[in-house]
Design a binder for this molecule. Structure first.
Ligand code: B16
Ligand code: MG
Length: 231
């Protein structure tokens, strides 16, 4: 294959064409419900975990979260017992998210989603959650996404880039034409490993590997996104 150096250079600084959004902690504050449900489960096993440890649960799958909590507490369980515990946590979690309303969409989210769509960006959801359909239904956000990739579609969870690479491929764009919005350390790592730009939602000291960190989507403009592609 002949490599065109001009193309190569322009690909390196590719114009961003697609926005890939994590769900929990970026568009909606379900992170707090995950936290409450895991805390209840941990306490039922006479265990606990710190806020710093909770950061490590963000973005990773349900069973991996449980494995971490058990490991921190030095507890061993069989696969069957783990399945039962994960199901119990999910039942508490689903009970909470079933009552969500559009008022729980994070500040600036709807305006930002409208703005990126109007500016011509393609959009996809890139979430580790198997409950994304319920959350999107409750919060009325589903119609903003051209594609939805969630925990039901991927086999490797963040920090593996699979969820975002699948999003890019479904949207028909290259990874370097994508920007990912993430609140989790594991999610920022997934975006970077996938060759994408990453905007962290949260604290700059936690999300150090992101290209840009903002507290919420209401602090971000489409213009800033265009500047990101020049980094
Ligand atoms: P579920 P995201 C992730 O969603 C959460 O951040 C993480 O805490 C959770 O364990 C994971 O989804 C799985 O969620 O139990 O609902 O399948 O942040 O990738 O949107
Ligand atoms: Mg998240």
């Amino acid at each position: 294959m002949i490599e065109d150096r001009t193309t190569h250079t322009s690909l390196h600084h590719a114009r961003l064409k697609a926005c890939l959004f994590d769900l929990d902690g970026v568009l909606v504050d379900t992170a707090v419900y995950h936290y409450k449900a895991w805390k209840k489960l941990a306490n039922s096993l006479d265990l606990d975990f710190t806020e710093e440890q909770n950061e490590q649960l963000k973005g990773i799958s349900r069973i991996e979260s449980l494995n971490k909590i058990l490991a921190w507490g030095g507890i061993e369980k069989t696969d069957k017992e783990k399945q039962a515990l994960a199901t119990e946590k999910n039942e508490w979690y689903v009970a909470m998210i079933s009552k969500m309303t559009p008022s729980e969409v994070l500040p600036g989210t709807v305006a930002f989603l409208k703005a990126v769509k109007e500016a011509g960006y393609k959009t996809a959801l890139g979430s580790a959650s198997k409950n994304s359909a319920l959350i999107l239904e409750r919060t009325l956000l589903g119609h903003f996404f051209d594609e939805i990739v969630d925990g039901n579609l991927v086999s490797k969870s963040k920090p593996d880039p699979e969820v975002f690479l699948k999003g890019a491929s479904l949207l028909g764009v290259q990874p370097n034409e994508c920007v990912v919005f993430e609140d989790a350390v594991a999610g920022i790592e997934a975006a970077k490993r996938g060759g994408m730009k990453a905007v962290g939602i949260g604290s700059p000291t936690v999300l150090m590997a992101a290209d840009l960190v903002v507290k919420n989507l209401d602090q971000l403009t489409v213009r800033q996104l265009q500047q990101l592609s020049e980094l």
